[in-house]
Design a protein around this ligand. Sequence first.
Ligand SMILES: Cc1ncc(C[n+]2csc(CCO)c2C)c(N)n1
Length: 222
Amino acid sequence: MAMGFCDQIWADVAPLRQAILAHPFLTALADGTLPRDSFQHYIVQDSLYLAEYARTLAIAAARAPSAAGRLEFSDGAKVAVQVEEALHQAFFAQFGVSATTAQGAEPTPSCLGYTSYLASLAATRSYEELVAGILPCFWVYWEVGCAIKPRAVSPNPYAPWIETYADPGFGAATDRVRALVDEAAAATTPAVRDAMARAFRNATRYEWMFWDSAWRLESWPV
Ligand SMILES: Cc1ncc(C[n+]2csc(CCO)c2C)c(N)n1
């Protein structure tokens, strides 16, 4: 049988996935040597990311043609807010991020680029492109969680993060979103499928940039 659409776009971004798995932010996170300031930068930015990502998921839920899609994306929006509330609040306490720092933080160029890109798909592109842009957030984190877990030192200060994304329940959610993207691809034209592949690739690039920006402690140049 021919390769499914998601298998194809996943294979197309293999070099980006290799770059992600080899990124020093993630190798250091696994061996427990990630500098504290890089992780603080990451969790503060990720809180900002999650809030915007949840909004994008809610738009996908509103636009989904099937009940399965509406349920999956509205549930995803809820989980994104809950992850933000729970995992991040716990990390803020553990890593000494004050409420004032978290509340006053502004998104970096990479964070704002990623969330604005997803919002642009939601506002001006097809449902098909939107869900293709949403998928790397799930799938890349699932791959990273599974790859890091067996390599992680124990004890590791970042263990709850690794456990969250290597959790089989999270793998099952990734499978369901992937099935929705395959369904959308099967029902559309080759031109829209090309646009979906581009949205998927761009979002995967932003996933790499997000970790790289935390590693470099990115800020606005002016
Ligand atoms: C930059 C960035 N990309 C992906 C995730 C992972 N993630 C965030 S929300 C969500 C779906 C609903 O829980 C998933 C898988 C993250 N935390 N930060």
